[in-house]
Design a protein around this ligand. Structure first.
Ligand SMILES: [Mn+2]
Length: 357
């Protein structure tokens, strides 16, 4: 219930007479409910007065302040949404979040032609500003991840495959009490590090390889996310130059973070450093994404992003340089914005590191 008034204020600003929320993490954030959606629809239906949960789930605990309407037939969802809109939406414009499947939305639009629908980020805008308790959870998740990185990197050995090193990370998360790791941590060795989103495989570590690990885990419901790149046994002058460039981009981008500046500035600051070093065309991705109950969430730093940094925002700073068929370097940290700057959530060492010597 805590965040509902903030979402409602956003709805009023956008003149939405109702809001259909289907993202599982939005539902969890606003209601505390953790219901699987599978192929069927769970929705929170909001007006300024009402908060109704439409769910196929058989026995959701009904959180205080919400009314729950259970249904069994998945095909009934559009009709039930239409009934709710006719009954409770006072105005013609409704908001939907970005996850309402078109198989529900399109029939719904036919059923209530007098209403129009707008894809809105009302909930994202509220989630973007974290409460102190949320920031503490993010901080704890990052602190565990710091420990995991140092434990895991100390176990790196020549000949180890990317997949095997990924397992070392998973085991370390478990050893630190963070529970089992779903899937594979992103581990890349050698040429694989030139791949922004490398899928780890059987390549075995050799001297002179760059080693990149980008991973994080939800701990107590909030994610960590960190990338470190090191070198095994030796590093060429070019590897060192690229590393130092990315590190400078990371540091300069971090140093400009404070409330009131555009998130896009963080990106352009990192880009300027990378471009000045001659690697401008080898930095293909954004610098920041938000983090919280989702691994990637608002604020996203996209080309058209207009986000102004505000206290309580938590996001990544992750510049990189990727030289095809050679190697890549990415250094990713997380920050929580304070009233006059930021607090770093990730603390693993990022000075140039050559392991195995
Ligand atoms: Mn990230």
């Amino acid at each position: 219930m805590f965040f509902l008034p903030r979402v409602r204020a956003r709805m009023a600003e956008e003149q939405l007479s109702g809001l259909i929320i289907t993202s599982p993490s939005h539902l969890h954030y606003l209601t505390g409910l953790d219901v699987p959606s599978h192929d069927r629809l769970n929705a929170l239906l909001l007006t300024q007065e009402r908060a109704d949960i439409l769910s196929f789930h058989l026995s959701p605990l009904c959180p205080e302040g919400f009314s729950v309407r259970l249904y069994q037939d998945p095909d009934a969802a559009p009709r039930l949404l239409a009934d709710w809109i006719r009954k409770y939406a006072a105005g013609p414009v409704l908001g939907v979040d970005g996850t309402l499947p078109s198989r529900y939305l399109l029939p719904l639009m036919d059923l209530v032609p007098e209403h129009s629908f707008r894809c809105t980020r009302c909930v994202e805008q509220v989630r973007m500003i974290k409460e102190p308790e949320e920031i503490e959870k993010l901080h704890r998740a990052s602190a565990i991840t710091d420990r995991v990185f140092s434990m895991a990197f100390s176990q790196l050995r020549e000949g180890m495959t990317e997949l095997a090193f990924g397992h070392v990370f998973s085991d370390c998360f478990e050893a630190c009490g963070a529970g089992p790791f779903p899937g594979h941590p992103m581990v890349a060795f050698g040429k694989g590090t030139a791949d922004v989103h490398h899928i780890p495989g059987d390549y075995a570590l050799r001297p002179g390889d760059a080693v990149m690990v980008d991973t994080g885990k939800a701990i107590d419901g909030y994610y960590s996310d960190m990338t470190r790149t090191v070198f095994w046994k030796s590093a060429t002058p070019r590897q060192i130059q690229v590393y130092e460039t990315v590190l400078e981009a990371n540091r300069k981008a971090l140093s400009c973070i404070r409330p009131g500046i555009s998130l896009r500035n963080v990106h352009t600051t990192a880009c300027d450093v990378i471009r000045a070093a001659g690697y401008g065309s080898y930095y293909p991705h954004r610098t920041s994404h938000g983090i919280g109950m989702d691994y990637h969430e608002e604020p996203f730093d996209t080309a058209s992003s207009t986000h102004i940094i505000a206290e309580g925002m938590c996001f990544s700073v992750e510049p990189g340089i990727y030289l095809p068929n050679a190697f890549g370097v990415r250094i990713e940290d997380l920050v929580a914005v304070t009233h006059d700057g930021f607090r770093l959530l990730t603390h693993a060492d990022k000075a140039l590191t050559i392991l195995g010597i």
